[in-house]
Design a protein around this ligand. Structure first.
Ligand SMILES: C[S@@+](CC[C@H](N)C(=O)[O-])C[C@H]1O[C@@H](n2cnc3c(N)ncnc32)[C@H](O)[C@@H]1O
Length: 236
């Protein structure tokens, strides 16, 4: 009896806490985020210095050739990436913050409201992305891919809406918990192959946090140069 209860508790912990309901379907994951949105920032406790150093600067350094990049943050949560990036005095670009959880998105929208037209909030899932092909100069997607129904489908969508030469910043779940995402876990080598298979080049991954690697990649351009060729916002 005790053993059965312990097993049940372990299963519930894995299903609801470690894998955040991903084996119960997309709607369940989003519902869980709606339920816990008010606690999210208190749990994460992101600090500006660390975010700037390890996320924002490496991301923006890959966009330095653009004066006003248009960036999509997929699964923005409470607006982490746009919030810390828009605070950079030298950043003059714009963000679209995309998130399916209404409660998470409301917190993001509130936080970003002061940036007016430079930050907009869109309620949607990662597949399909509600944008035309080649709409964005860059896409970020942090700590979220492993909770989507299909990481491959989501990365394909990101590749579609990125302009040729556009920059992707994305995380790969690592550590022992990652290995309990049965049938979904990818080691760094397999994650690199996945990125390449959906059209990304110059893939570069690095250890970032205990639970995550941070990956950067570029959408291959038709001529294979990896350069952004659009006119919008290109520095002369
Ligand atoms: C751990 S949070 C990460 C939020 C934010 N990127 C950050 O780093 O703080 C994961 C987010 O993914 C979102 N999410 C879950 N399923 C999704 C899906 N199918 N499409 C897009 N976002 C999804 C959740 O609502 C949640 O806000």
């Amino acid at each position: 009896m005790v053993l059965a209860l312990a097993l049940l508790a372990g299963l519930a912990y894995w299903l609801l806490v470690i894998t955040e309901g991903v084996y119960l379907g997309r709607r369940f994951v989003v519902w869980m985020y709606d339920l816990t949105a008010h606690q999210y920032d208190g749990i994460k406790k992101y600090d500006a210095e660390t975010e700037t150093l390890f996320v924002v600067r490496p991301f923006l350094s890959r966009l330095a050739h653009l004066s006003t990049p248009l960036i999509l943050d997929v699964a923005t949560g409470t607006g982490r990436v746009p919030w810390f990036t828009l605070q950079m005095p030298r950043f003059h670009g714009r963000f679209v913050a995309l998130e399916p959880s209404q409660k998470m998105l409301a917190l993001a929208a509130k936080r970003l409201a002061g940036y007016g037209w430079r930050a907009s909030a869109v309620q949607a899932t990662a597949v399909p992305l509600p944008f035309a092909a080649h709409s964005f100069d860059a896409i970020s997607c942090l700590e979220a891919l492993e909770f989507f129904p299909s990481d491959e489908a989501a990365l394909r969508e990101m590749a579609r809406v990125l302009r040729p030469g556009g920059v992707l910043m994305v995380t790969r779940r690592r550590g022992w918990e990652a290995k309990t995402f049965f049938g979904r876990y990818r080691d760094a080598a397999r994650f690199t192959v996945l990125l390449q298979s959906v059209g990304f080049t110059q893939v570069e991954g690095r250890a970032w946090q205990v639970d995550y690697d941070l990956f950067f990649a570029q959408k291959g351009s038709k001529n294979g140069s990896g350069e952004t060729r659009g006119k919008r916002g290109t520095k002369s």
